[in-house]
Design a protein around this ligand. Structure first.
Ligand code: NAD
Length: 252
């Protein structure tokens, strides 16, 4: 239970879904936590529930100054940054012919540019310390296309390419960069799509050999593994938490 004891972990998108599941995972494993999410998402209550080992900043990952300030505050409070999970993200489901440029930019800005901003800010501190581990949340939709998710798929393909590039460039600095690629996971993001009739559980069941959605805790366990010392030789890897979704080439 103490695999991350005393390690200093930054989680973005920490108030909900996969980010909150990661936060709880690292808390149970003994980590000190710094949480980032947007204002109005209940982040202060989330942090308070973890006691004195958690700090937080209500900020957008797209705000370079705010993210830099958060990493500086974390370093001041805990003495450094050992691991990061980049879980902040948004999805928009809309036909490509109708995608407004503002919507396209917003999805790319949050999912790809925001991930980059946090990676760079954290890695500057990790480089000073002599190493660290970054886990970006990509998606099965970074590997495969899907109708009505153009910006989302492009953003997650970008996260995979970003992860590869940083793994190569920062490996010599002792910084490992990997991604976890979940299938549909039972979070507020997906619940909203299910409620609006956009996400069809029956179709997911047919496409997924294991026949179900992932649970946030299953994604968090993969993040915890990649962020930890047991994964010390894993760099530039994309761990599919998808019940066999990507392996399945059979028509459904
Ligand atoms: N749920 C899924 O099926 C699924 C599948 C594959 C990948 N993912 C990815 O996993 C990550 C987490 O998704 P989730 O399902 O937990 O979503 P969620 O909506 O439940 O939680 C996402 C969190 O990110 C925060 N966030 C959004 N924009 C932000 C910003 N600019 N700055 C800071 N925080 C921001 C939100 O406030 C929210 O708390 C996302 O990157 C998503 O694309 C999700």
């Amino acid at each position: 239970m103490d695999r991350h004891k005393g390690r200093r972990v930054l989680v973005t998108g920490a108030a909900n879904g996969i980010g909150w599941a990661c936060t709880q995972f690292f808390a149970v494993e003994g980590a000190e936590l710094f949480l980032i999410d947007l204002p109005g998402k209940g982040l202060a209550d989330r942090a308070a529930s973890l006691g004195s080992r958690a700090r937080f900043a209500e900020a957008s990952v797209t705000d370079e100054k705010a993210v830099g300030d958060a990493v500086a505050e974390m370093t001041e409070a805990f003495g450094g940054v050992d691991a990061v999970v980049n879980s902040a993200g948004v999805v928009v489901v809309e036909p490509a012919l109708e995608h407004g440029i503002d919507v396209f930019r917003q999805v790319i800005d949050t999912n790809l540019v925001g991930t980059w901003i946090v990676c760079q800010a954290a890695a500057r501190q990790m480089a000073r310390q002599g190493g660290g581990a970054i886990v970006n949340i990509s998606s099965v939709y970074g590997f495969q296309g899907a109708p009505n998710r153009t910006a989302y798929c492009a953003s997650k393909g970008g996260v995979i390419a970003l992860t590869n590039s940083l793994a190569v460039e920062w490996g010599p600095l002792g910084i490992r960069v990997n991604s976890v690629a979940p299938t549909g996971t039972r979070t507020p993001m997906v619940q909203d799509l299910i409620d609006r009739g956009i996400y069809k559980l029956e179709a997911v069941g047919r496409k997924t050999p294991l026949g179900r959605l992932a649970e946030p805790e299953e994604v968090a366990a993969a993040c915890g593994f990649l962020a930890g010392n047991e994964a010390g030789m894993i760099n530039g890897h994309h761990l599919h938490v998808d019940g066999g979704w990507l392996a399945n080439g059979f028509p459904t």
